[in-house]
Ligand binder design. Structure first.
Ligand code: CUA
Length: 327
């Protein structure tokens, strides 16, 4: 085995690659890592030749005595061709290799499972064809999945490090990406476009499960609409990402005020000094138009998006019933 093959083997050996890279969750992740390995080795070799050669010449051609004359050297055509053509060939290899992988990543497979994923400050909401909404992305293993992205407010970016895929989610237009997960398990989804206060908290899970578990999950989620109101509200509180900004089981504030023991509070103090009673009407108004009344300490503008037109009447009721029960 020659040296190059050995280096390739070490770099692409999954245990080695995974000791400093995230798990390779897809076939494409392996291809990306191979190209990355090639770039790494090519850079290391060039670095050794360049820096090594420089140091060698510094020592070898050091002036020995004050009378030494520097030789008059112009150029060497063979050398110049060599150091132009060799890097050119390497760059062309990297270009072609990168293009093949990129082409693979950008060619959407036919018959893929399509999932709409919506980015908003500061959560991801995925929506399946049967109407199920979730704050996680759940997919079956070994199946082509196409994610159709958009955003509510500002630009976000959907990044799954283990799959080596990333795509911006832009308000007012659709972008997409695809993958076929090869391993079951939970993978991180990060937002990689700075999008405001809780950008760093805009994390969700991509759960890869068996086809059987996926079908079960999808059925169970679609039955949410038959649940009692408060339980449905608890689900909505997760799927609509309320939970990323509001605590429900302790009095501490997060990005927004806590929901714990909020309902029925008679002297709930607002930014302008007024006091309101936290009743159904107050909750309803705050959900649908978050700028209407701003709790003291959370101004000057509410960081919460307005849910007017985004929730049905029943969903608003469900949320209120859930918040009522947080005691
Ligand atoms: Cu969304 Cu950063």
């Amino acid at each position: 085995m020659n040296l190059w093959l050995l280096v390739q083997k070490i770099l692409t050996h999954s245990a080695f690659a995974e000791s400093f890279m995230p798990t390779q969750g897809t076939e494409i992740a392996k291809h990306v890592d191979n190209l990355y390995g090639f770039l790494l080795v090519a850079s290391l070799i060039s670095c050794v030749i360049l820096i090594g050669g420089m140091l060698y010449f510094v020592v070898k051609y050091k002036r020995q005595s004050p009378n030494d004359k520097t030789a008059y050297i112009t150029h060497d055509t063979r050398l110049e061709i060599l150091w132009s053509v060799v890097p050119l060939i390497i760059f062309l290899i990297v270009f072609a290799w990168g293009w093949v992988i990129y082409h693979d990543m950008r060619s959407m497979p036919k018959d893929a499972l399509e999932i709409h994923v919506n980015g908003k400050q500061w959560a991801w909401v995925s929506e399946y064809k049967n109407g199920v909404k979730s704050n996680e992305v759940v997919v079956p293993v070994g199946r082509d999945v196409r994610i159709i992205l958009t955003a509510d407010d500002v630009i976000h970016s959907f990044y799954v490090p283990s799959f080596r895929i990333k795509q911006d989610a832009v308000p007012g237009r659709y972008t997409d990406l695809w993958f076929r997960a090869e391993k079951m398990g939970d993978f991180h989804v990060f937002c990689t476009e700075f999008c405001g206060t809780s950008h760093s908290g805009m994390i969700t899970k991509l759960r890869v499960v068996s086809q059987e578990d996926f079908d079960k999950w999808l059925t169970a989620e679609s039955e949410v609409s038959t649940l009692p109101l408060a339980e449905r509200g608890a689900k909505l509180f997760q799927t609509r990402a309320c939970a990323s900004c509001h605590n429900v089981d302790n009095p501490a504030a997060k990005v927004g005020p806590t929901m714990y023991k909020l309902f029925g509070l008679a002297d709930h103090e607002m930014m302008d000094g007024s006091k309101v009673t936290a009743d159904e009407n107050y909750l309803r108004e705050s959900i649908l138009n978050s700028q209407a009344k701003i709790v003291k300490g959370f101004g000057p503008r509410s960081a919460m998006p307005a849910f007017q037109g985004q929730l049905s009447e029943v969903e608003v009721n469900a949320l209120i019933e859930y918040i009522k029960g947080l005691k």
